[in-house]
Ligand binder design. Structure first.
Ligand SMILES: *Cc1c(COP(=O)(O)O)cnc(C)c1O
Ligand SMILES: [Zn+2]
Length: 390
């Protein structure tokens, strides 16, 4: 077995009560307390056996990090060329807002046009490993298209439940992959309730955000890539458009894992920033109040559909990470998002999604208040393509 074939998954651990759960049995949420589960790895062994630079040199894009993923057997990996996205310096836009080391991690080149592909390649691969055939998801749109694409490739049946005002292209795209689409009146939370009903009556596996432990493992790889692209010294600030928060939680896990394996040249962690829309900002509200839990946001409304998540199942963990990293949370308006979207298009040639444009507004505000200093390296997660919202 070559090193890239090894796998170091050891067990799953509850994000709240800390109880361990078996890794090689299909899991959804903690059977003790109902919170989300996270994968744990034998990092001691990985530290001894894995060569960081050898793995890094492997051509496998996102899946070159497979030894630190939940998929045991590489034959189960269902991939479409996801990951290994570029870091693009934003010199022109950076100059506009007074930041000299502003870069974008451009996730729009992922299959299906958003970084949701990263999570769903992991979840569908693990579902294949468990021999599942029917997957279901509630979505604001992008996750549904990503599930549909990977399920199609894996020969599985996908059912996607989304709000009836989801951008039309998402609905068409999801259907194009052969998935069953169910449109509901309401928000992703209402779609979640519908999925709950269907799961209780059928033999579906629910891949809703944080209702299973594998999607976040795919998003985690963004953290490995950032470290690799910064020569194993993490940036000062990471700004992340936060809906369910999988990328934020995943990247923080990645940084901790790399620290434990001795992969990082410095133990300095980035300050993590969660950006939300001011029409749906449960994380910002809880952070500002110093609360340990997020609560449901009534009448959630924003053009950034991926941020229209009234409450994240991982709220408590997101808040912990913001505090531990000495980060912050900030809300921006739809008008600011739209203006930033055109500013970026006109200065950098990037047509980004509204969720992603929210990070530009946050950078601008945090630079103006000197929370980010002029020469601090700052990474914006441009999580999707603007084309998906037409
Ligand atoms: C889903 C989504 C987000 C939010 O991601 P989470 O990990 O759920 O917080 C941000 N941007 C886009 C384009 C999305 O589709
Ligand atoms: Zn628990």
């Amino acid at each position: 077995m070559t090193k890239n074939e090894a796998n170091y998954l050891s067990h799953l651990i509850c994000s709240r009560c800390g109880n361990s759960h078996a890794a090689d049995k299909l899991q959804s949420i903690c059977t003790e307390c109902g919170s989300h589960l996270l994968a744990a790895y034998d990092l001691n062994k990985a530290k001894q056996e894995l060569d960081r630079d050898e793995l890094s040199a492997h051509p496998g894009r996102q899946w070159k990090w497979a030894p630190l993923s939940p998929v045991r057997n590489k034959e189960n990996i269902v991939h479409l060329g996801e990951g290994a996205t570029p870091l693009l310096p934003l010199q022109n836009f950076g100059k506009l807002i007074g930041l000299s080391k502003l870069v974008a991690k451009d996730e729009s080149i992922n299959p299906t046009g958003t970084f949701k592909a990263r999570g769903l390649t992991a979840a569908v691969s693990k579902a294949k490993e468990f021999g599942l055939s029917k997957l279901i998801i509630p979505t604001a749109g992008n996750a549904g298209a990503a599930l549909a694409a990977y399920a199609s490739r894996a020969g599985m049946q996908a059912t996607v439940v989304m709000p009836d005002d989801t951008p039309a292209i998402n609905i068409e795209e999801t259907k194009a992959y052969g998935a069953e689409v169910i449109l509901i009146e309401g928000l992703i939370s209402d779609a979640g309730a519908k999925v709950g009903e269907m799961v209780s009556q059928g033999d579906y596996f629910n891949v809703a955000t944080f209702k299973e432990p594998y999607r976040v493992e795919g998003k985690k790889i963004m953290g490995y890539e950032v470290a690799e692209q910064f020569d194993w010294q993490l940036p000062d600030v990471i700004i992340y458009p936060t809906g369910g928060g999988t990328g934020l939680v995943g990247m923080w896990m990645a940084f901790k894992q790399m620290l434990e394996m001795g992969w990082l040249e410095s133990s300095k962690m980035p300050r993590m920033v969660a950006v939300q829309a001011d029409g749906c900002a449960p994380v910002v509200r809880a952070f500002e109040n110093g609360d340990a839990e997020t609560t449901n946001w009534e009448n959630a409304q924003t053009i950034a559909s991926g941020l229209r998540v009234p409450n994240s199942f991982a709220g408590h963990q997101i808040l912990k990470i913001l505090t531990e990293s000495q980060g912050t949370a900030i809300a921006v308006s739809d008008d600011e998002i739209s203006a930033a979207q055109s500013d970026l298009g006109q200065t950098e040639g990037i047509f980004t999604a509204p969720e992603a444009a929210a990070t530009l507004v946050a950078a601008k505000k945090l630079s103006a208040s000197s929370w980010i200093k002029k020469d601090e390296s700052t990474v914006l997660f441009l999580t999707g393509a603007g084309m998906k919202y037409l």
